[in-house]
Design a protein around this ligand. Sequence first.
Ligand code: PEP
Length: 258
Amino acid sequence: MKWVVGNWKMHTTAQEAKLLARRLREELYEPELPRRVRVIVCPPFTSLCSVQEALRGSWLQWGAQNCHEELEGAFTGEISVRMLTALGCSAVIVGHSERRRTAGESTERIARKLRRVVQAGLWAILCVGETLAQRRAHRVRAVLTHQLRSALQGLEPQQWESLLIAYEPVWAIGTGQAAELEHIRQAHTLIAELLTQLGAPGHVPILYGGSVTAENAQQILQLPEVDGVLVGSASLDAWQFCTIVRVAALCTSPIPTC
Ligand code: PEP
């Protein structure tokens, strides 16, 4: 089973999102796909309702790009996990590098958000990854260790089951320059080791994100260390996204039917 997650970022009005989601639903209506791939699209908050309308009853899932760490309260402009659950969300992206950078999200806050998401039984897609300067300074291991430890230390055994990691080197996001395969392989192997050290009771899916396109998806998804992809820009193009989903299906074996 592979995962394909689309991050629509700050794109699409509610109406545009509905059209895109409908198109995905129509194009991906293939009985074999749900046995091989899990697909989650993450539109902006304001489009969640229309995406829910478009995808309800299909095998495609939807999620959010962020949430607040408290369940409710005097937090003007924020959105809680309870509100997302009520809109049928099954996942929340936590700690995306764009939020770490532009919204100044601290590691402590990311840890609290992650707990709130997994407590609600939603998938938490925790984004980790180094900047170019950190890579050049040979600090990839140190950065990933810090990001994973600060977010995951002390997680309850059953909470690990609601966790996905997205390895997203910051220098590969939105640049058109995906990481080289060997770099992805090494980073995913390191993350898997760190997760074991932190007490992961079983396999935690590790996705790669950073300039994934219809053209490079196959090479990346064929790596055994890669459980799926987190796709930004290419997820806004129905043809590209559907191609990536089909490629993912070809790169995995189906879950057996009982
Ligand atoms: C992202 O936003 O998580 C991402 C990977 O973006 P892009 O695919 O555009 O690099």
